[in-house]
Write a protein that binds this ligand. Structure first.
Ligand code: RBF
Length: 217
């Protein structure tokens, strides 16, 4: 029998090519079995969407409470890294020109492949951040306070920085709820790995906000 539910995310109106984008994943280490599955699912789906391995940066923090601050610092760090990379790229272009000049007077060819390799992995600012955590309700009020702070904190970071921050935080009432939302349920129902959805959301938001920033609406 088909599932009568009306809940859930339909496929996007178009598919997006992730190959130009640089994505940061920052994940908490609390509740490791769930987190490991979510991070693996996220990375696999990012690659399926065309995001290059060298454009996926993974950082960890102790718990979910640290995710908003870490996301903000990563976004700032990506912008700084990009700005710092710009002068050295100009310098390497200058070196390349001097090599071309000297190649007219010397028999040694300019080592173009080496220069291309020296460009290294992308240093563009992050196009999206995926913040991954797993909060499981305990016997005190910790769960409520952390869930509230993290969800508001992540929303604030994306609005303040202008970089999309994907809400990859499970707020589960039981261990089984968390396991099933990471696709590793203990029973017959393995559930669905929500990391896959977060990867799709990151590429969709990266692609759309890049276009919108150029006035392409
Ligand atoms: N962090 C999580 O990511 N998931 C949790 O389920 C979780 N539960 C916690 C329960 C208690 C009682 C405490 C003290 C911390 C918990 N944390 C959890 C860690 C929290 O997000 C944060 O790392 C620490 O409070 C340090 O700022």
């Amino acid at each position: 029998m088909s599932d009568p539910t009306v809940k859930g995310l339909p496929p996007p109106p178009k598919s997006y090519d992730g190959s130009p984008y640089r994505i940061a994943i920052v994940h908490a280490r609390w509740n490791d079995a769930v987190i490991s599955a979510l991070v693996a699912g996220t990375i696999a789906k990012l690659k399926e969407q065309g995001v290059k391995q060298e454009n996926i940066v993974v950082k960890t923090v102790p718990g979910s409470y640290e995710l908003p601050f870490a996301s903000q610092k990563l976004i700032e760090g990506g912008k700084t890294q990009s700005a710092n990379a710009a002068p050295s790229m100009i310098a390497s272009t200058t070196n390349l020109l001097s090599l071309i000049d000297s190649s007219t007077t010397s028999s040694t060819p300019a080592p173009k492949a080496e220069q291309a390799a020296a460009a290294g992995p992308s240093t563009r600012p992050f196009d999206a951040v995926i913040a991954i955590g797993c909060l499981i309700k305990g016997s005190t009020m910790h769960f409520e306070y952390i869930c509230d702070a993290v969800s508001h904190g992540l929303m604030k970071v994306q609005l303040d920085t202008g970089t999309p921050v994907i809400f990859g935080v499970l707020t589960a009432l039981t261990d089984d709820q968390a396991l099933e939302r990471a696709g590793i349920g203990r029973g017959e129902k393995k559930g669905h790995n929500h990391g896959e959805d977060w990867a799709l959301a990151a590429v969709e938001l990266a692609a759309q906000t890049t276009e919108w920033a150029k006035g392409q609406l």
